[in-house]
Design a protein around this ligand. Structure first.
Ligand code: KPL
Length: 363
């Protein structure tokens, strides 16, 4: 693998102003909490600020003793070194009156941001902080599915040379919640990222966020080459586009899905259609060893093994359906259908899955 991993303990580059800049976390679900906690547990941790998009989170935060508790292999680790910020619906918090006129606090700029919201909330969430982000900022997108960075560029940071540096990332860690700010890190899984565009701040040696991520041991973070990241994203897309909607449709845990041979047969049909689409989305001239990881057989085995390893999980899509939330189907099978349309490839099965999942929710 072409992972470029910074050596543990190598000197942290950057001046003290850079090192004191906070890393903001937008989307404090399970993954957001894991990233925040992992960054905060380092000895020389960078300041971490949690961005709350609703007052209820602030109440939960207070009730949790203003701490994130993370349990790994039965060992509980509680961290309190966070700042929190409640995002208002527009910026400027009233602080008082001066000479009869109201003064406003300008919220600080955001240099480093990790976005762990649901894929479909990305735009709305980033809209709240976009005025604090500029071309010197770096945003790591860590979400299920594919398509959010394009959406953000098309709608928020429209002018290419004023855009922040985007890090496209994926994370396979298994995390579940045991309380509002209490998580269990149940399965270690790598966090892989790569800058989507090249700018000065895209280089690991210039980028404080990238360095902090790779130094956070619990994250197993590494920068991959663009091709390797794309391959990993597409493999994860195949897994998510099968396990997530099928568990939502059949209303079962991941480990129960393939106990029924009918579902195994359905999975094979979906893998056949999906693998043809993702193979066409792979970087051109992918190495034959990589192509071997996109065969129907390999992908079927991958789906079965993830379903088994995460057997006790309720998939994120089934959780969304049960909670009456919107699902991420548009960024999973929806992305496949859209790509197949462009590439002139068959996608009737994925299209049917998209329709079925949409019918499960009213939002
Ligand atoms: O990523 C997942 C999800 O639920 O979104 C899987 C791998 C299916 C584990 O539950």
């Amino acid at each position: 693998n072409v992972a470029v991993r910074a050596k543990r303990g190598s000197p942290v580059l950057g001046n003290s102003a850079t090192l004191n800049r906070a890393i903001y976390i937008l989307g404090v679900g399970n993954l957001g909490k894991l990233v925040a906690h992992s960054l905060a547990r380092r000895e020389a941790a960078a300041p971490v600020t949690l961005l709350f998009h609703r007052p209820g989170l602030l109440a939960d935060w207070e009730a949790s003793g203003r701490a994130i508790k993370c349990t790994t292999d039965g060992v509980v680790d509680t961290r309190r070194n966070f700042s929190v910020e409640l995002l208002p619906n527009g910026y400027g918090t009233r602080t008082g009156r001066e000479s009869g006129s109201e003064t406003q606090h300008r919220p600080p700029p955001i240099h480093y941001l990790v976005v762990t919201t649901k894929a479909y909330s990305t735009l709305a969430a980033l809209e709240l902080v976009k005025d604090r982000i500029d071309r010197n900022s770096t945003i790591l997108f860590l979400q299920n599915g594919i398509g959010t960075t394009k959406e953000v560029s098309d709608n928020l940071f429209v002018v290419p040379n004023t855009r922040p540096t985007y890090l496209a990332g994926i994370c396979s860690a298994g995390v579940y919640s045991t309380g509002p700010f209490s998580i269990v890190h149940a399965g270690r899984g790598p966090l892989a990222f790569h800058p989507e565009s090249l700018s000065r701040t895209s280089y690991m040696s210039h980028n404080h966020l990238m360095q902090q991520l790779v130094y956070a041991d619990a994250l197993d973070a590494a920068m991959l080459s663009p091709a390797s990241l794309r391959e990993a994203q597409l493999r994860k897309l195949v897994v998510n586009s099968i396990i997530n909607p099928l568990t939502a449709i059949f209303n079962c845990k991941n480990g129960e899905l393939f106990a029924d041979p009918k579902n195994v047969a359905l999975m094979s049909i979906l893998v056949r259609e999906t693998s043809a689409i993702v193979r066409a989305l792979l970087p051109q001239k992918s190495h034959p060893a990589i192509m071997d990881t996109f065969t129907n057989k390999y992908l079927e085995e991958l789906v079965l093994s993830v379903a088994e390893k995460t057997g006790g999980n309720t998939s994120s899509m089934l959780q969304d359906v049960r909670a009456g939330r919107r699902t991420e189907i548009d960024y999973m099978n929806g992305y496949l259908v859209e790509s197949a349309g462009r590439l002139n490839l068959p996608c009737e099965h994925n299209a049917a899955i998209v329709r079925q999942v949409r019918q499960l929710t009213t939002v």
